[in-house]
Design a protein around this ligand. Structure first.
Ligand SMILES: [Zn+2]
Length: 265
């Protein structure tokens, strides 16, 4: 049995959990995942994440923010609502926020506008940021560099990039979130080497459930829904890649996450 773990990215408000959310949390806790950070990606889902977090404030934190996919839905008149969500005591970070030029569900202009706005808010309110970036590294870095000196902390969640991206993030003193992507032999192979370059005090782990079911789980769960109870599997993979004991990686990633998301307040 591992020391207790923190899942720093779990979309627990997602409707695929509507019929069995309590069992999902119970199974995660039984697997040693004692703390979970519930991702917000729109105003509504951030409110839902905060409400869930409020049901067990020792167990949960929420993030509040606008995912780049939803940037086109967010306007200047929505800023006061986001600001007040960021002030809720259950909120451990601003986000997820960032840029996604892979899917391009929002025009780049909207994505950049909303990323700027959220970083400015996070700086104003001294909140750490929970960051998403895909296929937009240079634009993302240019914006983030402007705000980084005024931000208390940041985590590049679901890191799937290359070595240059990783080194840029570490140079900005960001933490790195690793998901079950690393368990994917085809898409995640490069991460097996790169994860060794992350200093222990910058590493955190996450499932991104219900997305990103680790591809190498045995036996294969029915359906494709990922759950926070699979976090120990991700931990084991990360530890094996780093040539470290799972217990040691559990201990440091948990300490990092509890501090980052303000569980220790
Ligand atoms: Zn994301």
């Amino acid at each position: 049995m591992h020391p207790t773990l923190v899942d720093i990215g779990l979309n627990l408000a997602h409707d695929s959990f509507d019929h069995d959310r309590d069992q999902v949390v119970g199974a995660a806790v039984a697997a040693g995942v004692r703390h979970m950070v519930i991702t917000g990606s729109t105003l509504d889902s951030s409110r839902a994440a905060i409400e869930l977090a409020r049901t067990a404030p020792d167990r949960f934190r929420a993030t509040a923010g606008i995912h780049p996919h939803h940037a086109h839905e967010f306007h200047e008149e929505d800023v006061p609502a986001l600001r007040s969500l960021l002030l809720e005591p259950e909120v451990g970070a601003a986000g997820e926020c960032g840029l996604d030029y892979f899917r391009n569900f929002s025009p780049h202009e909207d994505q950049e506008r909303v990323f700027h706005r959220q970083l400015a808010l996070a700086a104003e309110l001294a909140r750490p940021v929970f960051l998403h970036q895909r296929d937009a590294h240079d634009a993302f870095m240019a914006i983030l560099r402007e705000y980084r000196p005024r931000l208390p902390a940041g985590v590049a969640h679901c890191f799937t990039g290359d070595e240059r991206e990783l080194r840029d993030y570490l140079d900005l003193d960001l933490s790195i979130g690793i998901t079950g992507w690393i368990c994917d032999e085809r898409r995640g192979h490069h991460l097996r080497e790169l994860v060794r370059l992350i200093p222990a005090d910058r590493l955190m782990i996450e499932t991104d459930a219900p997305y990103l079911l680790p591809r190498d789980l045995t036996p294969k769960p029915q359906g494709r829904r990922n759950e926070p109870k699979y976090l120990p599997h991700i931990l084991d993979t990360v530890a094996a890649c780093r040539g470290a004991a799972a217990e040691a990686v559990a201990e440091t990633t948990t300490r990092n996450a509890l501090r980052f998301f303000g569980f220790e307040k």
